[in-house]
Design a protein around this ligand. Structure first.
Ligand code: FA5
Length: 335
């Protein structure tokens, strides 16, 4: 038989221990251990309730009240610590996720079109305004389109000049955009008025004005009654539109198997001493017109192949073609 005094003593010591233990709780696991130790069904307070029955009946009510107070105290301590832990975890999370709105933002520089793309589009615009369409052809060409149809048979010495990178026995990376002429004429009846911009490949040794990969814009105009005078006018009009005043142009004789007569055009920037070749051109050879099924007695035509890099070099006084492919931002961002 227990006495109320013994019970009171136990209540005091449990209350003190509980108070002390609650003040050290710093994690959810410790909180749960506290709950089991004091408030659980097999906990220390429940054990005291079991003693009630062994008290004299007249003391049970008072003892029960004390035990209920102890239990309430335990619940209070538990709830208070639970609340504190929750608040601590929220504020920890908040401080982790804190965004400092006063920090400068992340700078994303705006890109822009490469100078060569800009120049190519400008050339296209000039010819679109003159009534030309834009056509394109594959960069991996057949020997037929790149050479034979252009009046350059297999053993013709002119092949050496355009020999390039072969993919197999009959396919190669195109050395010029002239094969697109053949594709366009085979697919269209005259009159034909197109430009064909695109990338070309040659085994040229790299130097200040030659690159193994470069761009051309081909032009082709076939119609009744065209002459070399029309070709000269179109070129003059074009270079004037592109360069404006102050640039000199020079036209001289040349040879291409697919044009007759053939010319080359050089340009000189204001104040420069050097001339730079910008294109090969000429009247489309009757053999080419016949090859594509046109009647050379009825229609004549002219064509040119213009170097895009060279146009950009003249316009911006760039003295080395290699800078276009070097991806140096100090160069690229100037334009
Ligand atoms: C041709 O490619 C002829 N297909 C042009 C043509 C078309 C003539 C239609 C007649 C009728 P050529 O090899 O000269 O011609 O090249 C033409 C232009 O391309 C040159 O004037 C030059 O501006 C440019 N070019 C040629 N090779 C290179 C190179 N390795 N690097 C940079 N530009 C080049």
């Amino acid at each position: 038989m227990a006495t109320i005094d013994e019970l009171k003593e136990k209540i005091t010591s449990i209350s003190e221990a509980m108070q002390k233990s609650a003040s050290t709780i710093s994690s959810a696991a410790e909180l749960e251990a506290f709950r089991i130790e004091y408030l659980g069904r097999k906990g220390k307070i429940a054990a005291l309730f079991k003693l009630l029955g062994s008290l004299p009946p007249e003391e049970r009510a008072a003892a029960g009240k004390l035990l209920n107070e102890l239990k309430a105290r335990g619940n209070e301590l538990f709830a208070a610590r639970e609340k504190e832990l929750k608040e601590a975890s929220i504020s920890e999370q908040l401080s982790k996720e804190r965004v400092d709105l006063t920090l400068p933002g992340i700078y994303h520089p705006l890109g822009h079109l490469h100078l060569l793309t800009q120049v190519q589009r400008e050339i296209e615009d000039i010819f679109l305004r003159m009534g030309f369409d834009i056509a394109s052809g594959p960069e991996i060409e057949t020997e037929y389109h790149a050479f034979e149809a252009l009046n350059i048979p297999a053993n013709h010495p002119a092949r050496d000049e355009w020999d390039t990178f072969y993919i197999d026995d009959t396919h190669l990376l195109r050395p010029h955009t002239s094969p697109v002429q053949i594709r366009v004429m085979k697919a269209t009846e005259p009159p034909v008025r197109v430009i064909c911009p695109g990338r070309c490949y040659r085994r040229d040794t790299q130097d200040a004005t030659h690159s193994p990969v470069f761009h051309q814009v081909e032009l082709l105009w076939v119609e009744e009654g065209l002459s070399l005078a029309n070709l000269k006018y179109v070129i003059e009009h074009f270079v004037h539109e592109f360069f404006g005043e102050g640039y000199e142009m020079r036209m001289s004789g040349d040879f291409f198997p697919f044009t007759e007569p053939s010319v080359q055009v050089h340009m000189r920037a204001p104040g420069a001493t050097e001339w730079l070749e910008i294109m090969g051109a000429g009247m489309v050879d009757p053999a080419v017109l016949t090859e594509v099924g046109y009647d050379p007695e009825k229609v004549t035509g002219f064509a040119f192949g213009l170097g895009v890099e060279r146009m950009a070099m003249l316009r911006h006084k760039i003295d080395d073609i290699r800078v276009f492919l070097q991806n140096d931002l100090r160069f690229i961002t100037q334009f």
